[in-house]
Design a binder for this molecule. Structure first.
Ligand SMILES: Cc1cc2nc3c(=O)[nH]c(=O)nc-3n(C[C@H](O)[C@H](O)[C@H](O)COP(=O)(O)OP(=O)(O)OC[C@H]3O[C@@H](n4cnc5c(N)ncnc54)[C@H](O)[C@@H]3O)c2cc1C
Length: 463
């Protein structure tokens, strides 16, 4: 399907001539889609080869793990690629109401399923990327070169003018320079732009890190629905209870089950050890359900879960010609399920920033993209800072942070049984309202400070 607005006319001084997007995954594709309305030519360079059908790729190691698409991400994708959500539904992607369809365990209790719900979608990561790719590349203004690895930047500090590429395969010794008036880095969590800037003699961006050392393992199962009309489980880890689980249906009558543990307590990646690990969860429901389920893959592990934000926005004019998006800019602890939604919200923010006609300088675009990821960063690092063993230069500490953590713990304790606090907290987690709402809403403040938490039943929650 073609892009929404007409192709820019060649030679237009208010347009970019050539944009190179490095990394053809979700963030790169959505950014290319937006920039195609403001450039004569967009080239996406992707190290992997794409398959025709949805499937995991080597360049996206997280593609075998459970992914949720939050309400905010659904809204943003619908704005960028109208009809995409319907396509996902037609391909079998489940749509769940939270907490109505899920058993969510938080703060030592199940959340009442009678609290008001918001939707999420749970397509597998490969299905979502495949459908995004098909839609974005259907237009004729984006070229894609797969099997093409970027190995460095061209230009000088303060004026990036392109990238150095090599083909992966027979001719991998040949170097080729590709010039562009904007280079977008969408190379994900392992992105090497800081080193590439340093190689040009420039300063790399400052990095902010909060790392809890959380480790993941995911296994795919065939199984019956859990009891009590439930369509999945989400066991939320917190400072007092470090084990997490997420059990969600995906297309193809499969269940993706992700278990997570704190530093030095990674879930095992052998099938028996994986199932036994679920016994450490604070409620037996997931372990019991797993004992009736049949694994169809071996568990796979994942350990790079630190929150890591690179402050390219502070390079100012030194970052001229460069825009960094997605996980390469702001990688989040996946336990909060935000990265895809942030990629979509950032593309919407970029589109707004470009709406004025003239293409703003790269550092203005960079600031807009970073701003759009700030609520997710605040949620993830705010929740991770008080976790035992959290390390990094952005861990929140000091008396004000301790006071804030105590207040937020009171909010969390009231989520399971209080519909008002539950809705306010969920809207923050789903990136629908900014985190400060929990501090400024008089209704939430009153309930958090002046009421006692209402206990919910210990049994699996009924509708
Ligand atoms: C275990 C795990 C679970 C997650 N769960 C969720 C979830 O539930 N919900 C959610 O919203 N998000 C989740 N995320 C985050 C989500 O996967 C990412 O935010 C999302 O994939 C967007 O990433 P991206 O496009 O920035 O980078 P990636 O998807 O990592 O893609 C980077 C791309 O760049 C390419 N590339 C890299 N280097 C080069 C190079 N030098 N030259 C050319 N190409 C290159 C790679 O091949 C790849 O295609 C999870 C992440 C992990 C790790």
């Amino acid at each position: 399907m073609p892009s929404a607005s007409p192709a820019p006319s060649p030679g237009d001084p208010n347009r970019l001539r050539h944009v190179v997007v490095v990394g053809g995954s979700v963030a790169g594709l959505l950014t290319a889609h937006v920039l195609a309305d403001h450039a004569e030519r967009v080239t996406v360079l992707e190290r992997d080869h794409y398959e025709d059908a949805p499937g995991p790729r080597a360049g996206v190691p997280q593609s075998r793990h459970t992914h949720v698409l939050l309400t905010s991400g659904m809204n943003a994708l619908d704005e960028l690629l109208p009809g995409l959500l319907t396509e996902l539904t037609e391909a079998g992607a489940p749509r769940l109401a939270v907490p109505g369809d899920l058993g969510v365990w938080q703060a030592g209790q199940w959340i009442s399923r009678r609290n008001p719900s918001a939707p999420i979608m749970t397509p597998s990561r490969p299905l979502l990327e495949h459908r995004v790719r098909r839609r974005v590349l259907a237009g004729s203004r984006i070229d894609v070169r797969t099997g093409t690895e970027v190995t460095g930047l061209l230009g000088r500090p303060g004026h990036i003018t392109g990238v150095v590429v090599r083909d992966r395969g027979a001719g991998h010794h040949t170097r080729q320079d590709l010039t562009a008036d904007l280079v977008v880095d969408a190379t994900g969590r392992a992105g090497r732009t800081p080193q590439w800037l340093a190689e040009l003699g420039g300063r790399p961006p400052a990095e902010e890190v909060v790392d809890t050392g959380r480790a993941y393992a995911t296994c795919v199962f065939h199984a019956d629905d859990p009891a009590g009309d439930l369509r999945g489980f989400y066991i939320v880890p917190d400072a007092g209870q470090p084990f997490g689980a997420i059990v969600l249906p995906a297309e193809g009558d499969r269940w993706l089950v992700t278990l997570s543990g704190p530093r030095d307590q990674a879930p095992p990646t052998d099938p028996e050890g994986f199932a036994d690990f679920a016994d450490r969860l604070p409620h037996p429901a997931v372990h019991k359900w797993l004992s009736t389920a049949r694994p169809v893959t071996r568990p796979v592990g994942y350990r790079h879960t630190a929150n890591r934000r690179r402050r390219y926005d502070r390079l100012g004019r030194d970052g001229t010609g460069l825009l960094v998006v997605g996980d390469a800019l702001c990688a989040l602890n996946p336990v909060y399920g935000q990265g895809l939604s942030v990629a979509a919200l950032s593309a919407v923010a970029l589109r707004k920033e470009l709406a004025g006609g003239r293409v703003p300088p790269a550092h203005a675009l960079q600031r807009a993209v970073l701003r759009s990821s700030r609520p997710a960063w605040d949620v993830a690092t705010g929740a991770d800072s008080p976790m035992p063993g959290a390390t990094g230069n952005a861990v929140r500490s000091g008396p004000v942070a301790r006071l804030l953590d105590r207040y937020l713990a009171r909010v969390r304790d009231r989520v399971p049984g209080d519909p008002v606090v539950c809705t306010a907290n969920r809207d923050v987690l789903f990136l629908l309202t900014p985190p400060r709402t929990l501090l400024t809403s008089p209704r939430v403040l009153r309930r958090a400070l002046l009421t006692t938490a209402v206990p919910t039943p210990r049994d699996l929650p009924t509708p």
